[in-house]
Design a protein around this ligand. Structure first.
Ligand SMILES: *[C@@H]1O[C@H](CO)[C@@H](O)[C@H](O)[C@H]1NC(C)=O
Ligand SMILES: *[C@@H]1O[C@H](CO)[C@@H](O)[C@H](O)[C@H]1NC(C)=O
Ligand SMILES: *[C@@H]1O[C@H](CO)[C@@H](O)[C@H](O)[C@H]1NC(C)=O
Ligand SMILES: *[C@@H]1O[C@H](CO)[C@@H](O)[C@H](O)[C@H]1NC(C)=O
Ligand SMILES: *[C@@H]1O[C@H](CO)[C@@H](O)[C@H](O)[C@H]1NC(C)=O
Ligand SMILES: *[C@H]1O[C@H](CO)[C@@H](O)[C@H](O)[C@H]1NC(C)=O
Ligand SMILES: CC(=O)N[C@H]1CO[C@H](CO)[C@@H](O)[C@@H]1O
Length: 508
């Protein structure tokens, strides 16, 4: 059988050189540039500092006056109170907004449970609504479904006990606190893009029909993103959104670009390598953390041979932080020795190492950190680029606002591709906003302005994102052509480079 990778490689390479040449012609730099050196990507601080660099890990509420600071439980997003409007006298007119966010706080994944969990985690105060219903307009009123929801249960007969967490929640599911945060997030977005800027219509306009024309919501195949979307949309649009159905776009399992789920062996191999002994810096951090691992294993009962818990701090980080974000879930104690508990210092060290690991994987590991993310997330970037291109061409139709609800792996890869100067592990609800502005024609910009006067502002945590790549820099009113040339050079228009980068027929 012919190997499609081999047969496509010469045309794929042509695509690659064409894309790179077009970007070079624009003077756009496609290279990786190192992030700034700081405490997060300094292994000495990760291991030896105390506390968490002022980052919050124990509440969705960021202390008054500190909004914008990192809060793992509920990351900052755009809000009326902090939002910085572009200078109006310069004539910037907002044309399009695309948001990508991580879901809000949740129960841990089952895989992150310790062998014996000391307490239950119940979710009886909410239901996960799940049903099919006709959306044909006539049928909708006649044949509505019952409002059915999942109620976690266990049987007094079933002798099998689930591994890890015990309780009526799904592991994972968005907790009631996470639903509250999702709702506030939606209210805040409405506060900026309707109340402050009058860019989106009011909730009431045209009896609630106006906003539906202008907005699109998209989720991944992981149900927790739909759980967030339900509350977020109700937070944005109020009672009407809660009363009448709202579609959520979702791509097919196995190819979903938002999660991402499409197969990308070369990207996965590159990620695996930078998290292995082949990467000296990575191995050095695991070696340096031996004593920490021993202490954690002793309290949790996780076997030292458990590969998942010892390949990185991801599992310990998730297991501990999910508890601390929920006030009634204390840090765990050993089931063997009462009083032998995970202390806050130990948890804080795990949190610092988690930050170090994300900075390594997505930024510090070198050009491979950029290239692996480009392969693994290039399809979504090309989708975003297509939206931006349509806006610049005045062909976006009615859609003004596109909101993606995704995961930390999604956010991290976008941040890697944008080459954020100070990488963090994107916490719950973390948000990136791409705003497209058109500069109104004025006497000084001349008649040709409409052809080229679109600018992009990228906000992370509500503030303009600073990139280490000199072509992107502070992403505050970047000419749209620059960002498109950068994206096209890396992923190709319509993601033309990504299948090749994933199957190995185009070099990463
Ligand atoms: C890392 O942090 C340590 C301790 O604060 C400091 O001595 C060292 O200079 C830092 N390294 C770099 C590369 O900044
Ligand atoms: C949360 O952690 C901070 C330190 O990061 C601490 O000062 C504060 O008391 C903690 N809050 C709660 C409710 O435990
Ligand atoms: C409603 O369901 C019934 C079956 O119970 C079906 O015959 C009917 O066509 C449905 N009505 C509409 C409007 O879809
Ligand atoms: C303005 O547009 C005209 C017609 O499309 C073109 O000939 C001219 O070169 C443009 N000027 C600039 C400065 O781009
Ligand atoms: C990308 O896809 C769109 C829609 O199918 C098409 O119109 C456009 O020509 C394509 N662009 C390239 C460069 O292939
Ligand atoms: C801890 O986290 C890992 C990774 O998310 C997960 O596989 C495991 O089940 C979790 N264990 C507990 C007890 O939460
Ligand atoms: C494993 C588990 O959750 N067991 C619970 C099943 O429900 C009974 C009450 O009906 C609880 O007592 C068990 O703890």
């Amino acid at each position: 059988m012919l190997n499609p990778a081999t047969t496509t490689s010469s045309s794929a390479l042509l695509l690659l050189s064409a894309a790179a040449a077009a970007s070079a012609a624009m003077g756009v730099d496609l290279n990786w540039h190192a992030p700034a050196a700081g405490a997060i990507n300094n292994l000495t601080s990760a291991l030896q500092a105390t506390g968490t660099y002022g980052f919050v890990f124990n509440s969705s509420r960021t202390p008054e006056g500190q909004y914008g600071a990192y809060n793992w439980c509920n990351m900052p997003h755009v809000r009326r109170t902090e939002y910085v409007r572009p200078p109006q006298e310069e004539g910037y007119e907002l044309r399009y907004v695309e948001v990508i966010q991580r879901h809000h706080k949740r129960t841990p994944y089952a895989a992150n449970a310790f062998p014996v969990e000391p307490y239950r985690w119940d979710c009886d105060d909410q239901g996960l609504f799940y049903f099919g219903q006709s959306v044909v307009p006539d049928a909708n009123s006649d044949n509505k479904s019952a409002q059915t929801y999942w109620k976690g249960t266990n049987s007094s007969v079933n002798p099998f006990v689930p591994a890890g967490w015990i309780g009526s929640c799904q592991f994972p599911q968005i907790t009631t606190g996470g639903l509250d945060d999702s709702r506030t997030h939606g209210e805040d977005l409405y506060g900026v893009y309707h109340s402050l800027l009058d860019f989106l219509p009011s909730r009431e306009a045209e009896g609630g029909d106006a906003w539906r024309r202008h907005v699109v919501y998209r989720v991944t195949n992981n149900q927790i993103t739909s759980q967030v979307a339900g509350q977020l949309i109700a937070g944005m649009w109020g009672a009407d959104a809660a009363a009448r159905p709202v579609p959520l776009l979702i791509q097919a399992a196995g190819v979903d670009s938002l999660e991402p789920q499409y197969g990308c062996p070369a990207g996965a191999a590159a990620f695996n390598r930078l998290k292995s002994s082949a990467d000296a810096r990575w191995q050095q951090h695991l070696d340096a953390a031996r004593a920490l691992y021993a202490a954690l294993d002793a309290v949790s009962g996780v076997p030292p041979a458990d590969a998942g818990f010892h390949a990185s701090f991801d599992h310990y980080y998730d297991n501990l932080s999910a508890r601390q974000c929920h006030a009634d879930k204390p840090l765990p104690c050993s089931p063997q020795g009462p009083g032998d508990c995970v202390g806050q210092d130990l948890a804080d060290t795990v949190y610092r190492l988690g930050q170090w690991e994300y900075s390594h994987m997505y930024r510090d590991a070198g050009p491979v950190a950029l290239r692996a993310s480009v392969a693994a997330y290039g399809v979504w970037v090309a989708e975003l680029a297509a939206h931006l291109r349509a806006v610049a061409a005045g062909e976006q139709g009615d859609v003004r606002y596109f909101h993606n609800v995704a995961h930390d792996g999604s956010m991290s890869r976008v941040l890697a591709i944008l080459q954020i100067d100070a990488m963090v592990w994107p916490g719950m609800g973390s948000e990136l906003v791409f705003e497209v502005y058109r500069k109104k024609k004025t006497a000084t910009t001349g008649d040709n302005a409409s052809q080229s006067a679109h600018y992009v502002r990228v906000l992370f945590g509500g503030q303009p994102l600073k990139s280490s790549n000199p072509s992107l820099g502070l992403m505050d009113m970047l000419p749209i052509e620059t960002l498109l040339a950068y994206f096209d050079g890396l992923v190709g228009q319509n993601a033309s480079l990504i299948k090749g980068k994933c199957d190995g027929s185009i070099p990463l």
